[in-house]
Structure formats: C-alpha cells, structure tokens
Write a protein that binds this ligand. Structure first.
Ligand SMILES: Cc1cc2nc3c(=O)[nH]c(=O)nc-3n(C[C@H](O)[C@H](O)[C@H](O)COP(=O)(O)O)c2cc1C
Ligand code: SF4
Ligand code: SF4
Length: 278
C-alpha cells in the first residue's frame, strides 16, 4: 500500500509523546518512512506542511492530543484548522486522558479532520496517569499507559497497514461515544473557561534564579521574563513550569484540584481503559 505516514502531536507531560513513539516504531517496523512533528516545541512547521501536501492522497496523518477539560488541546485543533483541504487523505486521531473523562476530544478532532476532507482510518484513546495529580499518592490512571496499551496501538497500526483501502475506515459517529447529556455538558466547558478556576501561580523571587528552565519546558511558549517569569495568555495550564522548576520557585496550591478531578471521574463513570476504533 502507498502510505505516507506523518505523526503530529502535542504532549506537555510526555504521555502523548510516548503513544506517538509507539505509532512511529510500529510504522517503521512495517517498513514505512515516518515524518514527526511535536507541536509543543519551537520546531518550524513548514517542512511537515510540505510533506503533507506532497503526500496528497497517500497521506495518513496520525494526530495526537491529551484531553484537557474534555477537549483536545488548542494547538492541535488550530493545526488541523490551518491544514489545506486534503480530499481523499486519511487520518488517525488519538488522545491520552487521565481517568476523569476522555470527553469529546476524539469526536471533535475526527469532525475537524473530516471537514478538511480526510477519511478516518482509525482512532484511539489511551488511558494515562493524570498529569495534574503528580503530587498525589494514588493518581487516576496510575501506571498507564502500560505494555498492554502499547500492544493495542501496535495492533491498530497492523490493522491499518493490512487494509487495502484506507477509505473504508470508521464513521465519525463511532467517536460520539459519550451519552447525549454528557456530550452537551462537555460542549459547554473549555480550557479557556477553566483557566479562571485553575490554581494561581506565584513566583518566589527569593528562590528563582532566572535559570530559564520553566520557559524551556513550556509547550506554549507562554513565559517571558521581566526580570522574573510572567505567564502569558497562551498558557494552557499544563503546570510543567511548576513541576520542573529546580528551585520550587513557582508556588501553586493544587490541594483543591485533586478532589475536583475525582468528582468528574465519579460523575462520568467512564471505564478507565484504552480503546482502539478500526
Ligand atoms: C489542564 C488539564 C486539564 C485536563 N483535563 C482532563 C480531562 O478533562 N479528562 C481527563 O481524563 N484528563 C484530563 N487531564 C489529564 C491529561 O489528559 C492526561 O494526563 C494526559 O495523558 C496528559 O498528556 P501528556 O502527558 O501528553 O501531556 C487534564 C490535564 C490538564 C493539565
Ligand atoms: S525554572 Fe524556576 S528558578 Fe528557573 S527561571 Fe523558572 S521559576 Fe525561576
Ligand atoms: S506557562 Fe507553565 S502552565 Fe502555562 S503552558 Fe507554560 S509550562 Fe504550562
């Protein structure tokens, strides 16, 4: 099969990158050249956009995002909406989620891809440790993704590679797996609205050495220095800066957050499992 795979993802805490790596290894083992772009770095998008246009109908775009507040991340959705029309190309959206709810991220990615002319060759949701619960002793999704989750992704790639016609993929309705009521509730929430209720971050100027590490690990390029770190509006609330500051100079009280996350998990009762759609 003439298949030109391109993998694009955003992964503030590294789990979606792990899944992207499993896709990449599996595709390479099946003999394909793979082009990869991490949207969370300052990597230039032009070479990958040229690859995408060049591949035309042979393109198979594997595109991944973590679930944030029931949706895919803005940089991923923006990337899809900036793509040219690609009638007849195929795509495989995938998400990682932290055991609260996988939301409507896969559905919205699939819908946006279809609007660009893609057929959906498959899709996957992968359960992962909840990246906001790193201070917890028993975070939701602890130990995931594990080797069984990786096998599931390898299996998805094998099944895609075995297909003679990627157009015979999945229907978008397969990705609308939430109940109607939950779907409607999730349409109303967003990262932008949730940002107003996120724990505040404050810089302890006595501890900060202005080392720049927080800015280097920020996937949204949202930190500027004046002379201490300041957070810009493009911040996606991943808390990488808080986690990775070597001086613990970014103070944030996450004690209320854990309860809120567990409450959402109770509310939606989504089985904490990975799933492939093919
Ligand atoms: C701001 C924010 C919002 C999140 N919202 C959800 C959510 O709605 N449902 C869920 O199950 N996990 C949620 N998570 C957890 C992530 O989806 C999960 O940890 C994911 O695997 C992180 O991917 P990454 O390691 O590639 O960054 C959220 C995490 C953050 C930081
Ligand atoms: S990583 Fe910490 S110490 Fe370094 S500049 Fe950022 S806040 Fe300051
Ligand atoms: S400023 Fe911090 S919380 Fe915001 S996107 Fe950057 S690393 Fe994530």
């Amino acid at each position: 099969m003439a298949l030109k795979p391109v993998i694009i993802y955003c992964s503030p805490a590294g789990t979606t990158r792990h899944v992207a790596d499993v896709f990449e290894d599996s595709l390479k083992r099946s003999g394909f050249d793979v082009f990869v772009l991490d949207l969370g770095t300052r990597q230039n998008h032009d070479p990958v956009l040229s690859k995408i246009k060049e591949a035309d109908q042979d393109l198979c775009l594997f595109i991944g995002s973590p679930v944030y507040v029931s949706h895919a991340l803005p940089p991923v959705m923006n990337f899809i909406s900036n793509l040219p029309e690609l009638n007849g190309a195929s795509a495989v959206p995938f998400v990682t989620w932290g055991g609260a709810s996988s939301g409507i991220a896969l559905y919205e990615m699939g819908k946006a891809l279809k609007e660009k002319g893609f057929d959906l060759a498959g899709a996957a949701k992968v359960i992962a440790v909840h990246c906001m619960m790193w201070r917890s002793d028993n975070p939701l999704g602890q130990g995931r993704p594990n080797s069984e989750d990786d096998n599931m992704i390898q299996n998805l790639v094998s099944q895609i590679c075995e297909k003679t016609d990627l157009k015979q993929g999945i229907d978008l309705s397969v990705l609308a797996y939430q109940t109607k009521a939950a779907h409607a509730e999730m349409e109303k929430v967003s990262l932008e609205k949730a940002k107003g209720h996120m724990p505040k971050r404050e810089i302890d100027e006595n501890l900060c050495t202005q080392c720049n590490i927080c800015s280097d690990v920020c996937p949204a390029d949202a930190i500027s220095f004046s002379p201490y770190p300041e957070f810009g509006s493009q911040c996606i609330s991943c808390f990488n800066c808080v986690k990775q500051c070597p001086e613990q100079a970014i103070i944030a009280d996450l004690s209320q957050l854990e309860g809120r996350i567990r409450q959402r998990s109770e509310q939606f009762k989504e089985q904490p499992l990975s799933c492939i759609y093919i």
